[in-house]
Write a protein that binds this ligand. Structure first.
Ligand code: FMN
Length: 369
């Protein structure tokens, strides 16, 4: 039965001996460590290892054959992965896990291991095969990234918060009289500190999103009012850029969503729309209902996005050059965060655009009944 089911995977022009030789050479040439154990012998000993296994662990075949693979664990016998492997061997099933293992010279390595039962005639268990992958470099890189995030959150946030509050004290004249010239420079500094703060917030948000530590606090929200208040809060930004904000509220549906996060998305899309609009133009915010989907569109008449850039737009760290070849500031994370937030709500986000005529960014959330 097992022979029949794998017949189509064989090289048809090879006889059985050549097929076996090819299989053996393939296993011997693999960069992964490959071991075969015999569960019908006491303590499930290794009966075959390939050179890849020796390259990873530093042990020669002679030092390995006849032993149980647990010798790679050193004293670390109480790992979750070891429990998973023990269960899989007992239940004769397959498992993939990551183990802390030790090379012959005592160095730790992270072993991404898959073991699978091998069945012979009449479905009898004849062996286990284990495929090992040394993923130490990947795990170390992840740990460096995690260190970086903790530096960002603890060692950058606090001083920037202090810079922001001190500058605010100066700008408001609370530390003494301020000349117009000084005030201008302080305002520029406040703006820069604010964008640095925004970048840090975005990086930390993104980390939460990526690691799945992002919790939504869902509640019933009246979208029409929520959007109206975001637009009202954006009037000063629009005025400074000489852009007119127009609100077309064509429905007043409710959604089950995290209000703070939806406001974050709308603010992000609005600030982009204003940033890419020319003076004296309009940005229209349109709220509509399409079947059971509440759709918000933010329509600008700005520089637009080329067709080839659209698929990259919602990827992290993408800073697109506008058709007039100017970069417009921002972290390159905003749209990726918007997408993640909307998708976490079970919604969709997208854009359509014509270069030179403008863009429409939209998102849809399911209407609450
Ligand atoms: C085919 C196969 C390959 C294995 N490879 C490894 C390995 O590379 N490193 C390791 O620590 N354990 C490996 N194990 C797991 C151990 O041999 C053993 O099953 C595990 O430590 C749990 O059982 P124990 O409590 O008897 O030690 C492998 C097991 C099998 C069946």
């Amino acid at each position: 039965m097992a022979t029949q089911s794998c017949a189509h995977r064989r090289v048809p022009q090879f006889d059985q001996a050549r097929q076996l030789a090819l299989l053996f050479q393939a296993v011997e040439s693999a960069r992964n460590g490959i071991v075969i154990t015999d569960p019908n012998l006491p303590d499930n000993p290794i009966i075959y290892t390939n050179p890849g296994f020796s390259d990873i662990t530093g042990y020669s075949a002679d030092e390995i054959i006849g032993r149980n693979c647990r010798f790679l664990q050193g004293d670390e016998r109480d790992q979750q992965a070891v429990h998973e492997l023990r269960k899989a061997v007992k239940e004769k099933t397959s498992v993939t896990t990551i183990l802390r293992n030790y090379k012959k010279d005592g160095r730790l390595f992270f072993n991404e291991l898959t073991i699978s039962p091998v069945h012979g005639e009449n479905e009898r268990l004849v062996a286990f095969v284990g495929i090992q992958n040394d993923i130490t470099a990947r795990i170390e890189a992840q740990s460096r990234i995690s260190d970086f995030y903790s530096v960002v959150s603890h060692e950058l946030r606090t001083p920037i918060a202090k810079i922001k509050s001190s500058l605010a004290v100066i700008a408001e004249g609370e530390a003494g009289p301020v000349s117009d010239a000084v005030r201008r420079f302080v305002e520029i500094s406040i703006k820069s500190a604010d964008s640095l703060w925004g970048l840090i917030e975005n990086i930390l948000d993104f980390k939460k999103l990526e690691s799945g530590k992002f919790r939504l606090i869902l509640q019933r929200l009246a979208m029409a009012q929520l959007i109206e208040s975001v637009i009202a809060g954006f009037e000063p930004v629009a005025n400074r850029a000489s852009v007119k904000l127009k609100y077309q509220c064509l429905a007043s549906p409710a959604v089950n969503a995290d209000g703070q996060r939806i406001v974050q998305v709308v603010e992000n899309l609005l600030s982009n729309a204003i940033k890419f609009s020319s003076k004296d133009s309009e940005v229209t915010v349109r709220l509509i209902l399409r079947d059971s989907w509440v759709r918000l569109e933010i329509i600008d008449t700005g520089v637009g996005i080329t067709e080839s850039d659209i698929p990259k737009l919602f990827d992290k760290f993408q800073q697109l050059e506008s058709p007039d070849r100017r970069m417009r500031g921002g972290t390159g994370l905003g749209l990726a965060i918007c997408k993640a937030i909307i998708e976490a709500h079970g919604g969709q986000v997208g854009v359509h655009s014509t270069p030179g005529q403008g863009s429409t960014f939209w998102f849809e959330l399911e209407q609450a009944l």
